[in-house]
Design a protein around this ligand. Structure first.
Ligand code: HPA
Length: 278
């Protein structure tokens, strides 16, 4: 564990150096674009440059389907934002710290605000595929935590998670959705490791636990972001019904990706307003 922490610290250092050498150290905000959302283009922001994940030293490579592995820097003239197409997941075999290498590296480059997006299955019966849910809180059901084994180099040993998702950014997302005529749910995301999908019994249990959507990412990144003091906004693309009821259908990656891109258009319009304002 101790050795892997040293390796993690070195990886964060290498990754931030690689990014800094191309983009400098004034990346104010970052957006992690999840499954089916890669390559989202934001009106009002021009591309400054990009780096393939492969060129970022120390960064574990993302191998998930529809995860591009590209960091793009965009600017609206007042601020610069890193758009990260693709992320690392526990189900790829990465550790909790490897999953969060990009977050810690961005933190060292001045990023103090993070938007996380993902694809998620609906546990809430009122949700439909193609809908968008603002994550107002999460349940970390992965059994893992990126802060385990860390000294206090990046942040305190016991990070507060009582307001893990920024109320200001969430309020701004709701105003943006209202202005654009986009309906936006607000709910709790439960994060699991995958890669097998949940059984129907597990899905009913997650609903009983109070979750509205289930997915295989995000919770560890949000712990890391809170650990280093970033404000977080979370948006889930609802891609499939995961009610675990008598009508439960088998889930397919094709359905997930098609509905992620439908919800992605709504996420794009919300983000264009939120990022311009905050
Ligand atoms: N379960 C877990 N992860 C997911 C799902 C799901 O139903 N849909 C999209 N990502």
């Amino acid at each position: 564990m101790k050795n892997s922490y040293q390796a993690f610290k070195q990886n964060v250092e290498s990754a931030q150096r690689s990014i800094r050498s191309q983009f400098g150290d004034s990346i104010e905000q970052a957006v992690i674009l999840g499954s089916g959302l890669s390559g989202l283009e934001l009106n009002g922001f021009d591309k400054v440059g990009d780096i393939e994940y492969q060129q970022i030293d120390g960064l574990p490579q993302s191998t998930a389907p529809s995860h591009k592995g590209l960091l793009e820097l965009v600017s609206n003239g007042t601020k610069t934002i890193a758009l990260c197409s693709g992320r690392q997941h526990l189900y790829e075999g990465y550790s909790a710290q490897e999953v969060c290498t990009m977050i810690y590296a961005l933190g060292q480059l001045g990023t103090n605000s993070l938007v996380v997006t993902n694809a998620a299955g609906a546990l809430n019966p009122n949700y439909r595929p193609g809908d968008v849910m603002l994550i107002n809180d999460h349940i970390n059901f992965t059994g893992q935590n990126p802060v385990i084994g860390q000294a206090e180099d990046f942040g305190v040993r016991f990070p507060d998670m009582s307001t893990a998702y920024s109320k200001t950014l969430s309020g701004s997302a709701f105003s943006a959705a209202e202005k654009n005529g986009t309906s936006l749910h607000s709910g709790i995301y439960i994060g699991v490791t995958g890669p097998s999908l949940e059984t129907s019994a597990e899905r009913r249990m997650f609903r009983t636990l109070g979750a509205d959507a289930v997915g295989m990412s995000t919770v560890l990144e949000v712990i890391a972001a809170n650990h280093i003091g970033m404000d977080v906004l979370g948006l889930s693309a609802i891609t499939n019904l995961a009610l675990g009821d008598a009508n439960q259908q088998p889930d397919t990656i094709e359905e997930v990706l098609a509905n992620a891109s439908l919800a992605g258009q709504k996420i794009k319009s919300i983000l264009e307003t939120v990022l311009a304002q905050n």
